[in-house]
Design a protein around this ligand. Structure first.
Ligand code: ADE
Length: 249
């Protein structure tokens, strides 16, 4: 998979050299390119922002540097892929976007080429979204209902969530199946040695080797945990039943 990231803080993306994502790059599974938006500003101060039309606080990112940077990514990427007509899916992280979920991570993992545009300040001139949308698929995605200073941290999270789904990135592919959000329930609690720590015992059922009983216990834990922490993930009746069970304990 090819990934391009455009940012005014390219150094922010340095963690993508570490751990499993760094290894995936070295193994040739991920072809990641980071671009400095300021390289596409042409004045002495390499200006990428200006005050908002209509007034208001803060600054808005200018359309010109963004369209040039995206054009550059498209040209360079299409040539590297040997497909002159290829375009990436453009992902723009922002608090006003569609919620980024495991389902969206799976959809993005199926794409051959993603480009990420990291906005800062009060956002990017709206015309960039229109312009880009006429040339490539554009997805505005939010990490959650809170505000970050820019898209870089969101890109780190999204790239990790997507890249780990690519074949070969995670050594043990089974660990991808039994995870929170893969089937709509949160993960069950896990324990390791010692069997007693701080006066707290590991649940008896996990020590017995009865795999059927262990699977049933884990499933029950998943439902209870989901009802307690994320009732929004359960059908309403199941959420209510799970909560009743918790209250009765
Ligand atoms: N940029 C600023 N806030 C963000 C958020 N919540 N999600 C994604 N990108 C952002």
């Amino acid at each position: 998979m090819r990934l391009d990231v455009i940012s005014i803080f390219p150094e922010y993306l340095a963690p993508l050299d570490l751990s499993l994502i760094g290894k995936a790059r070295r193994d040739g599974l991920l072809d990641l390119h980071v671009h400095d938006l300021r390289d596409f500003a042409h004045d002495r101060h390499r200006t990428v922002d200006d005050s908002p039309y209509g007034g208001g606080a803060g600054m808005v990112m200018k359309a010109g540097p963004w369209s040039e940077a995206i054009d550059h990514v498209v040209t360079q990427g299409a040539s590297a892929l040997g497909e002159p007509a290829a375009v990436p899916t453009l992902v723009v992280p922002g608090p006003g976007g569609e919620p980024f979920t495991q389902q969206i991570a799976r959809e993005l993992a199926d794409e051959p080429w993603l480009a990420f545009a990291c906005g800062r300040y009060e956002g990017i001139d709206e015309r960039v979204y229109e312009w880009a949308g006429e040339r490539m698929p554009v997805r505005v995605l939010s990490l959650g209902d809170y505000v970050l200073n820019g898209g870089e941290v969101a890109v780190l999270a999204m790239v990790e969530a997507v890249a780990r789904l690519l074949p070969g990135v995670i050594g043990n592919a089974e660990s991808l199946v039994e995870e929170s959000h893969e089937d709509g329930l949160l993960e069950y609690p896990v324990y390791t040695k010692p069997a007693e720590w701080d006066g707290r015992a590991v649940p008896e059922v996990l020590l017995g080797g009865n795999h059927r009983a262990i699977a049933a216990w884990r499933q029950e834990q998943r439902v209870q945990r989901t009802a307690a922490r994320r009732p929004d993930l359960l059908p309403p009746a199941a959420a209510a039943a799970g909560l009743r069970e918790l209250e009765e304990r």
